[in-house]
Write a protein that binds this ligand. Structure first.
Ligand code: PBG
Length: 337
């Protein structure tokens, strides 16, 4: 019976552990659940309005009242964390991003409203100046076009404090300025916000995959690119140094972003540092899957779950994904089968 090409007898047959769904479930090495997911959402001013985002089919900018109506469903799906991003009208932007720490701005308002109705939902806010900055950069731009590190960090501290006062659970600096995690930690602690957590976008690459996000927020840089602060996709050791310094400065969770093209970085950070790693499956990763599925080239549901499982397997404890709601529905149905 045995082919002469195989050792006889064949003692190891790895397919035995894959022979049916029950055995596969017993030996499965990675689990993915709704509670691993963070749901990023795009908010805009006004009432009862929603605008589809052209480059992110299925995602819209929404007013806070509409989003609040959706939150119960989101919570009941088992999603525990959301990340609101604001669309800021052009007339509220300036070169110092002063609207970023306005206590009556869209984000502080939405935090207070959400916390009033859903105190258990974790709110993770982005700390960077780009949506508020007339130059479209994450930092303050000098007259000669330089991104000013230390002046930016001062504004980021005010922004983080403003969100903490409104009730944010996590502030998430995504700007890649040097020293911002430590400065934000000190600013929060000085005002006794010692239990506001910091999730640092530590290894954030200068990525073309952010294109649809900038379309969603109308926040693309007016001039130049983000390469003097976001990381070079060629670099691995530098990511480890970024993570190391953010941990030393007090980060509670470190993030790698984007996720899919940077699984090696997620894996290495996870194996080298005793801290939870977050991964951000960014807008371009979302839109690639959605548009390929719309064309019938791939199966949407299984590709979504496989992409997230890959990120989890690489070592992410939590994943920011625009698929959070859909993935939670898919995972819940799977469990019932
Ligand atoms: C803001 C910020 C960006 C993203 C998250 N926070 C854009 C950027 O850095 O240009 C991108 C997220 C996405 O593409 O989904 N600093």
């Amino acid at each position: 019976m045995n082919s002469s090409l195989y050792p006889n007898p064949l003692l190891t047959r790895l397919r035995r552990n894959r022979k049916n769904a029950s055995v596969r479930a017993l030996v499965s090495e990675t689990t993915l659940s709704a509670s691993d997911l963070v749901y990023p959402i795009f908010l805009m001013e006004g009432n009862n309005t929603e605008e589809p985002i052209h480059s992110m089919p299925g995602v819209s900018r929404k007013t806070v009242d509409l989003f609040l109506q959706e939150l119960k469903e989101i919570r009941d799906l088992g999603i525990r964390a959301i990340a609101p991003f604001p669309v800021v009208p052009e007339n509220k932007k300036d070169s110092k991003a002063t609207a970023s720490y306005d206590p009556n701005g869209l984000i502080p308002q939405c935090i207070r409203q959400i916390k009033a109705d859903f105190p258990e939902i974790l709110i993770m806010t982005d700390i960077a100046l780009d949506p508020f900055n007339s130059d479209g950069h994450d930092g303050i731009v000098s007259p000669t076009g330089e991104i000013l590190n230390d002046q930016t960090v001062d504004v980021l501290c005010q922004m983080a404090l403003c969100h903490a006062k409104a009730g944010a659970d996590f502030v998430c600096p995504s700007d890649m300025m040097d020293g911002r995690v430590g400065a934000i930690r000190m600013a929060l602690d000085q005002e006794e916000y010692t239990s506001t957590s910091i999730m640092a976008y530590s290894a954030k690459y200068a990525s073309a995959f952010y294109g649809p996000f900038r379309d969603a927020l109308h926040s693309a840089p007016k001039a130049g690119d983000k390469k003097t602060y976001q990381m070079d996709p060629a670099n691995r050791l530098e990511a480890l140094r970024e993570v190391e310094s953010d941990i030393a400065e007090g980060a509670d969770i470190v993030m790698v972003k984007p996720a899919g093209p940077y699984l090696d970085i997620i894996s290495e950070v996870h194996s080298r540092f005793p801290i939870p790693v977050a991964a951000y499956q960014v807008s371009g990763e979302y839109s690639m899957i959605v548009s390929a599925a719309q064309n019938g080239f791939i199966d949407r549901s299984s590709t979504i779950l496989e992409s997230l499982m890959g990120i989890k397997r690489a070592g992410a404890s939590l994943i920011w994904t625009y698929f959070a709601k859909e993935a939670a529905m898919l995972l819940n149905n799977k469990g019932n089968q």
